[in-house]
Structures are given as C-alpha cells and as structure tokens.
Write a protein that binds this ligand. Structure first.
Ligand SMILES: [Zn+2]
Length: 74
C-alpha cells in the first residue's frame, strides 16, 4: 500500500466530511420561522400550526388540555 493512495483516501474522506457539514448547516437554516406564543397555563412556548391558520389570533393555549385545566382551576 503506497502512501500516495493513503493521502488520496484521506482527501476524499475530508471532502465527504465537509460536504456533510455543509448539508447540516443548510438544514439548520431551514428551521421554521413560524410565529410563537407562550401558553399561560404550562408556560411553554408553542408555535403556529396549520390547524390554527384561521384562528391564530385567538389561540392562547398550547393544547386542549391546558385550556381545560384553566377552566377547572378557575
Ligand atoms: Zn400549555
């Protein structure tokens, strides 16, 4: 096995590594930029969902459960 082949192989490995890194960076950048709200019951942030497209302004709770819990405690 010659040293030239080994260095070539290493070069290919480096290229593959760099390419995969770039791909990951793009995937990170594609993270959704939907609007977010904080649920007043569980204090957790939740983001826009398609089912709320028509009523996002009125959405206050992250889930039916949180909405129900507020009613029970109030
Ligand atoms: Zn909640």
């Amino acid at each position: 096995m010659s040293g030239v082949f080994a260095s070539l192989f290493q070069d290919v490995l480096n290229r593959v590594y760099i390419m995969s890194k770039k791909k990951n960076k793009n995937a990170m950048k594609k993270k959704a930029d939907f609007p977010q709200k904080v649920c007043p019951v569980c204090q957790r942030p939740f983001s826009w969902r398609k089912k709320w497209a028509m009523c996002w302004d009125e959405v206050k709770y992250c889930s039916k459960r949180c909405r129900g819990e507020r009613n029970f405690s109030g």
